[in-house]
Design a protein around this ligand. Sequence first.
Ligand code: CP
Ligand code: NVA
Length: 308
Amino acid sequence: MRHLLSLTGLDSGDILDLVSLAAKIKNNAKKYDDTLKNKTMLMIFEKPSLRTRVSFEVAMTQMGGHAIYLDAKDSPLGEKETIADTAKVSSRYCDIIMARLYKQENMEELAKNSSVPVINGLTDEFHPCQILSDLLTIKEKKGKLKGLKLAFVGDGNNNITHELLLGCSTVGIDISVGCPESLMPQKWIADIAVKKAKISGSKIKITQNAKDAVKDADIVYADSWMSYHIPKEEKEKRIKLLNPFQVNKDLIKNAKKDAIFMNCLPAMRGMEQTADVIDGHQSVVFDQAENRLHMQKAIILKLLKEEK
Ligand code: CP
Ligand code: NVA
């Protein structure tokens, strides 16, 4: 693994290695105190963030390194400087780059021109770091990955949905996506997931019926209806379209009794889920958010070949 741009190229061994390294780090964070002494991460952001920005910065600090936050608006990127030049210059200063960009093709261009590892901190299509840490959370809560069923309901044409399809199908979790016909996952990504599912033996279902998707699930997952890249003018239209896919008490009843509820956050109560669900006993969203920190450390160490 030279870069982490999406989960498309990772096999089950790669993912399980990262999950177990993150768990090891979580249980003995002190051991990694000075692992990244004098190492610097550049963090480039075109979109807002709380979790990704803070967890990566804290991860670098706790391991003895340093992180630089660069708001793309305060840099020449895109206006006066190409992505390729940005990558070439940044790699002369920094040991690793993490970027949150709109377009995946720009992420690929950044990585292609960088001589240091590049981590995708979210694009319109993918969010690999989130789903890797979610797999750690699922493992902690359910004691296993293979053989579980995860149901995602909401926007199917979405970075989280795409990575859940890839991550679950790689490690052998059955995944069902409940979404409107006009917001289906992108076909080329779903096709890769189907190939991965053939290898792992997991099942993939995409349906327009939220109840069917959630039926007997071990994990029910919701994500924002208004992802960072969606124009604000679309809000009312999307609320109407996505309302049948809201995770509320009635919908989650169709899942297993001991099902957990996940949302990568940020979340809007009354939109993709009701307050009683996200603040209720099935919700694990804050443990999920905490695990971003432990997984970021694992990802950085793996890419810098510093894992112990
Ligand atoms: N889940 C996640 O990536 O959150 P942020 O947008 O706050 O980074
Ligand atoms: N789908 C969401 C994920 C946020 C972490 C977005 O792109 O805004």
